[in-house]
Structure formats: structure tokens, C-alpha cells
Design a protein around this ligand. Structure first.
Ligand code: SF4
Length: 702
């Protein structure tokens, strides 16, 4: 590239799970042509990265009770609060709430400190809000949380089904790859209650009633069976649970007519989708938050995977179910065990032998014995006063968790709230007793893993402000202050990465798929130069990444008997249904140019050009019906909340009776536009993921 600065460093975009490679230098970013995820492309958020690095909003010094302190004092205070609480109230009075924005090394060491040395199981992460339903579904179907496919499959598919995914806005570069790959006869089906930008790509848009995805896919399984379109041999040789799954599917979706009625679709539309699915061996179903963020998100994901297993379309070129992960390092967090129900290195508490294996490997003095509270429950435990010390790293739960009023109460009641962040003022930092200035993107080194299991380096290209420290170092110093120096004697992120890599292969006889043990031998320099690599990367086959693009294509699964499982799922209603008092269904989601709670993207003025303020999108018939005026302000109010104020936008892409609001605005920009205040904390009983896509409300002009 002719104007690439000579001092450019290859790193990875910190915004979404696509994980694009970026060449960055101070004041400059461009797409990295060498990176397999994006081949040089960037979306508007990625290409504005250098405009969001100014430091006026930065947290630059440690603070205790609002006063600037030295690092020594801050670390002492954190360690003191933890050890006092453990002594007086037990280890379970301490909790960590982590983030898919952390690097894998930060995540690993935080998880190790909490579960292995403080002895608290209460470690959860904002990834709970993102794809924990997909994690649970993968585990039920395959035995381990693995995405079987790779990005190339989205291009190779002759039928691309996008379920609950607005990839055009949420995974823009992947969407560009999908659009560019239009080949002769390729078809796209978009399953979404809204006509999103992604639906522009669709040959068929199934604008179904929210929450009826399981019905649609159960109906598909029945239809495929009744039309002789199942892979009988594959089912017999490689899968369990087909008969029960089919029976439940049939009781819930006895006919195409019943599916069409339940999903509020035309019979012809449903039949068209089913026929295309039956006819097309190379089918990928990519699913995202529209499936996951539901009280039945795990079941919905399994309903999709069931249809892929029953047709033998798992982990084959252009044929796979494909979970699109939201955050840049949500996958890295899954790998280290950063979820409350997981332990470490893709092992769960209930993985046979895992507890002993991990505590032995860590030389743990005080191992957490079983699963901890998942995000919503964790903050409830803070609210009840059971959790007294909470350490939040790199995330803004005051804005992002459902039922935000109650989260604010919990945060203000918390005995000691510790927040590590690179931003000084967020809705969460205002509640903090101890603030720790953490390094931001471009200032630290480590790895992230994207949606196709590809580990990439994030590299430092900016100087670290004097008083700012990378997360791994802050956690290490607290661990040492707590007396665990022998187990936390890391001098650099590579030390942590190597240990994580060793643990991934430790004592498991190669039974598990997540295994990067071949990377445990990297020297510091090799780690620094590490090229993007997909796991598994095992010792027997260290250069294996070309062969491990896809998993399970041979029909072998990491379950005790090596067979996959179809999971019987019935179609459950959403947690809250509209009624006379709250007649509207509320859907929430991203907009194209903002990220999460805007703490970084709001720094680039041009990212507001696309949507400049909070809005409420609804069908023109509802605008008239509720006495609203397009372009004027209105207030949406649901059960037990103070309301959400936004500008009315008419869209025929909305179903009537349903509204859409963006998730990004927060108390610093618009205190009356917290989308999370409209969402009640009802969760999927298996995954614990809250139902971000289905609230209820009424609306009136402001
Ligand atoms: Fe960054 Fe995602 Fe955009 Fe790629 S698609 S540039 S990873 S925000």
C-alpha cells in the first residue's frame, strides 16, 4: 500500500467477532491484506479506529473514593478488600464480571485468580449477553463448544440461511464477503422479524413472528423427514436422539399450515424455504443474537443444529451451522473458561476429572467447586448483599444488562466496586470505589479469537500512558499482593499464553477439540510474530490449521460415545407477551456505526452521521394508531421502568405491533434512552442469557 506508514503494526480490530486484521500506526489504520478474516477490508467502525484514540476521555490514574492514589496503594486496596471479604464472609462474597473486550491472556489470569486462588466460582462475563445460548447448544449437540465451520463456508454455501442475524450492520466485513460471493444459483434466506439491511441480500425473507424460530426449524425437520430428504445413514452412524427429537418436533409442528400460522408467515413462504433446504446440500445456517438472546435461545440454536445433523451438513465445505459471535474476543473468553458455568480450557465443572486436573495444573490452593452465578443472577446476589466485592473489567453493565434500574441499585449497594477500564466516565465507573486505569486497544499485547476459531495477535503500536497498565499486569499484581506470587510470576503476555496452551492439552489424552498445545513452545519472539491460526493446533500436527478449518466433517464428535446428539426441543413462548396495557413488542439491537455502549465509537463524530440520536422504529400504521408523529419524540414505557425516549422513525420493514430500539445510547449521552431499561431480566434457564430481543411496552408522544 503506497501510503502505509513505515512504522505500521499488524493487529486486530477490537470491535466485532469477525476479527479483521488491521495495519495501524498513530493516526492511521487500514485493512490488512494478509489477514484471512478480511483480506484488507474494513467496515466503517474499523476504518474510524484511529479517530477514537484521543485521550481526553481516558482514565489515566488509579483512584480510590474519587482521590488519585499511587498504583501501590490501589493494588493494596483491591487486595485488602478481597482478603477482608473472604475472611469475614467467605470466598463467594467476591465476584468478577469480565468482558469479551479483554484479551485472552487477561481473561485467563482473571479466571485463574478467581476460581483457583480466591476460590470463588462467581466469574461471569458480558459474553453471557452475546452467545451463551450458542455455547450451551454446541455443548448439547457436539459435546463441546465448537463452531464447526469457517468463514469460507459462508461463501461456498449454495443456500445461505441467516437466522436472527443482521450481519450487514453487526458483522459488516463478513456480510461483504457473503455479498461478494454471489455465485450462479446461490440463494439467501433471511429469517428475521425485521426487514433489516441484511434482508436486502435475501431471495426469501421470512419475516416471522418474534420467538417462533424453534417452530420454524421443528417444522423443517418434520418436512425433511416426510419428504425423504434426511441423511438416514449419517443419522444412524453418527447421531443419537433422532426419534425423540422428531416426535417432539411433530407434536409442535404437525403441518406446514400449523407452522405458517404460528410463525405468521404464508404457507408458500414456509414451503419454499423447506424445499430449498431439502434441495441444497451446501447449506449454511448462520445464527446470531436474534436466536441467542431469548428465554429459549439454547433450544432455538439446537433446533437449527438438529436440521443440520439430520441432513449430515455439519463441518463440510459450505455446509454447517454457524454461530456468529458478537465480540472481538468472546471466543477467547470461552476458551479460557471465563463463563460462570465453565472452568478452564473448554472444560466444565462436570467434565470428568476436570476439577482435579485444573487444580493440579494450577497448584491451586483453594479451588471453586462448582458453577457460579451467571450475569443476571450475579448482579442479583450483589443486590442482596451476598456478593460484597465486585471487580468489573472492561465492560459497562450499568448500560448493557437488562433491568438497568436494578443494576444501578446493585452497583450502588456493593460494598467495594472495583472497575478496570480505559474510559474515565461510564455509567458503571460512576459507582466505583476503586478505579484502575487499564490499557486500551493499541497499547497492549495479547491474542483474541474470532468467530471461526482463529487466534490473532493484538499488538501494541502506541505508547502506554505513564500510569496506565495492561489488565494482565493489574491482575498479576493483585494476585501477588494476595500472596500468590509463585503461581502468578508472569513477566509478559507470552508467559500467560504458553501456560494456557499447555493447559489446553494437559492430561486430557487429546479427547477435547480445543487444544492449542503446539503453541505452548512458542518463544517470545515467535509469539510476537504469530500469524493468525485456527484451533485446534495440536502437538502431533502443529501446522494443522489448514486441515482444521472445519470440525466434525468426518462424523466424529467429542461426546463419550463419539456421536452427536439431536436435542428434542418444543417451541416455548417469549418470557413476556404483549397485552392491553403493554401492546407493543420491543426488539433491541445494534446500529451500523456504533459499538456496545458507545464509550469508544462516540469519540468519532463521523460515526454519528448514520444515526445521530436514540430512535424508536415502528410501522407507519402504528405511528398513526398510537397518535405519534414521525420525527417527533415519543416515550416507550414497559412494566416497571421509567421509559425510553427516542425519535419516531417510520419503517415498513417493521411488523405492526413491534418496535425496534438501538442498544447503544447510555446515561452520558441520553439518560432517558437506555434500551436495557425496557428489557426485563428474564433468562434462558439453560444458558442464563437474557431475552434482549423481546420486551413489551406502550408508547405515547412526549
Ligand atoms: Fe472491525 Fe468487525 Fe468492522 Fe471487521 S467487521 S472492521 S472486526 S468492526
Amino acid at each position: 500500500h503506497h501510503d502505509t506508514p513505515a512504522d505500521s503494526i499488524a493487529t486486530t480490530c477490537p470491535y466485532c467477532g469477525v476479527g479483521c486484521g488491521v495495519l495501524a500506526a498513530p493516526g492511521h489504520v487500514e485493512g490488512d491484506h494478509q489477514h484471512p478474516a478480511n483480506g484488507g477490508r474494513l467496515c466503517v467502525k474499523g476504518s474510524a479506529l484511529h479517530e477514537t484514540l484521543e485521550d481526553t476521555s481516558r482514565l489515566l490514574v488509579p483512584k480510590v473514593a474519587g482521590y488519585e492514589v499511587t498504583w501501590e496503594e490501589a493494588i493494596d486496596r483491591v487486595a485488602g478488600a478481597i482478603s477482608d471479604s473472604v475472611r469475614e464472609h467467605g470466598a463467594e462474597s467476591v465476584a468478577f464480571y469480565l468482558s469479551g473486550q479483554l484479551l485472552t491472556e487477561d481473561y485467563y489470569i482473571a479466571n485463574k485468580l478467581a476460581k483457583g486462588f480466591i476460590g470463588t466460582p462467581h466469574v461471569d462475563t458480558n459474553s453471557r449477553l452475546c452467545m451463551s445460548s450458542a455455547v450451551a447448544a454446541h455443548k448439547r449437540a457436539f459435546g463441546e463448544d465448537c463452531v464447526p465451520g469457517c468463514y469460507e463456508d459462508l461463501e461456498l454455501a449454495d443456500l445461505l440461511v441467516l437466522a436472527g442475524s443482521n450481519a450487514a450492520w453487526a458483522h459488516p466485513v463478513l456480510y461483504q464477503r457473503m455479498s461478494a460471493a454471489r455465485r450462479q444459483g446461490r440463494r439467501v434466506v433471511v429469517i428475521d422479524p425485521r426487514k433489516t439491511a441484511t434482508a436486502d441480500l435475501a431471495d426469501l425473507h421470512l419475516q416471522l413472528r418474534p420467538g417462533t424460530d424453534t417452530l420454524l426449524f421443528n417444522g423443517l425437520l418434520v418436512w425433511l423427514h416426510d419428504h425423504g430428504a434426511l441423511a438416514e445413514d449419517y443419522l444412524a452412524e453418527h447421531c443419537n436422539g433422532f426419534e425423540e427429537t422428531l416426535a417432539i418436533a411433530r407434536s409442535c409442528a404437525p403441518s406446514v399450515q400449523a407452522v405458517a400460522r404460528g410463525c405468521d408467515l404464508a404457507v408458500e413462504e414456509v414451503e419454499c424455504f423447506y424445499q430449498w433446504f431439502a434441495d441444497t446440500g451446501r447449506t449454511v445456517t448462520a445464527f446470531s443474537q436474534g436466536i441467542n438472546q431469548s428465554v429459549a435461545g439454547t433450544d432455538k440454536a439446537n433446533a437449527i443444529i438438529n436440521c443440520h445433523l439430520a441432513t449430515g451438513r455439519v463441518g463440510r465445505p459450505g455446509a454447517s451451522p454457524f454461530s456468529l459471535t458478537g465480540q472481538p474476543n468472546a471466543m477467547g473468553g470461552r476458551e479460557v473458561g471465563g463463563l460462570a458455568n465453565t472452568l478452564a480450557a473448554h472444560m466444565d465443572y462436570d467434565t470428568p476429572g476436570a476439577l482435579l486436573r485444573v487444580s493440579d495444573f494450577w497448584h491451586s490452593e483453594k479451588m471453586a467447586r462448582g458453577p457460579g452465578h451467571k450475569a443476571v443472577d450475579l448482579f442479583e446476589a450483589v443486590h442482596r448483599g451476598e456478593i460484597r466485592v465486585l471487580w468489573v473489567m472492561g465492560t459497562n453493565p450499568a448500560v448493557s444488562l437488562p433491568g438497568s434500574e436494578r443494576i444501578h441499585q446493585a452497583l450502588s449497594r456493593c460494598q467495594t466496586l472495583i472497575v478496570s477500564d480505559c474510559v474515565a466516565q461510564t455509567d458503571t465507573t460512576q459507582f466505583a470505589d476503586i478505579l484502575l486505569p487499564a490499557a486500551g486497544w493499541g497499547e497492549k499485547d495479547g491474542t483474541v479469537t474470532n468467530s471461526e476459531r482463529r487466534i490473532s495477535r493484538q499488538r501494541r503500536f502506541l505508547p502506554l500512558p505513564e500510569q496506565v497498565r495492561p489488565d494482565w499486569q493489574i491482575i498479576r499484581d493483585v494476585a501477588c499482593s494476595l500472596g500468590h506470587a509463585h503461581a502468578f510470576d508472569y513477566t509478559c503476555p507470552a508467559d500467560i499464553f504458553r501456560e494456557h496452551a499447555v493447559l489446553s492439552g494437559y492430561g486430557n489424552g487429546g479427547e477435547r477439540v480445543f487444544n492449542i498445545s503446539a503453541l505452548s513452545q512458542l518463544s517470545n519472539q515467535e509469539y510476537d510474530e504469530l500469524a493468525p491460526v485456527q484451533w485446534p493446533v495440536t502437538e502431533g500436527n502443529p501446522g494443522a490449521w489448514l486441515q482444521t478449518r472445519r470440525l466434525f466433517g468426518h462424523g466424529q464428535f467429542p461426546t463419550p460415545d463419539g456421536r452427536a446428539r439431536l436435542v428434542p426441543v418444543s417451541s416455548l413462548p417469549p418470557g413476556q407477551l404483549p397485552g392491553p396495557r403493554y401492546p407493543l413488542v420491543v426488539n433491541t439491537g445494534r446500529i451500523r456505526d456504533q459499538w456496545h455502549t458507545m464509550t469508544r465509537t462516540a469519540l468519532a463524530p463521523r460515526l454519528f452521521a448514520h444515526r445521530s440520536e436514540p430512535f424508536i422504529e415502528l410501522h407507519p400504521a402504528d405511528i398513526a394508531g398510537f397518535g405519534l408523529i414521525e420525527g417527533a419524540l415519543a416515550v416507550l414505557r414497559g412494566p416497571g421502568n421509567a421509559g425510553y425516549v427516542g425519535r419516531v422513525r417510520g419503517s415498513t420493514g417493521q411488523r405492526t405491533g413491534e418496535v425496534f430500539v438501538p442498544i447503544h445510547w447510555n446515561g452520558r449521552f441520553a439518560s432517558s434512552a437506555l434500551a436495557s431499561s425496557l428489557i426485563r431480566p428474564v433468562v434462558d434457564p439453560i444458558s442464563g442469557q437474557p431475552e434482549g430481543k423481546h420486551g413489551v411496552a406502550t408508547i405515547r408522544p412526549l
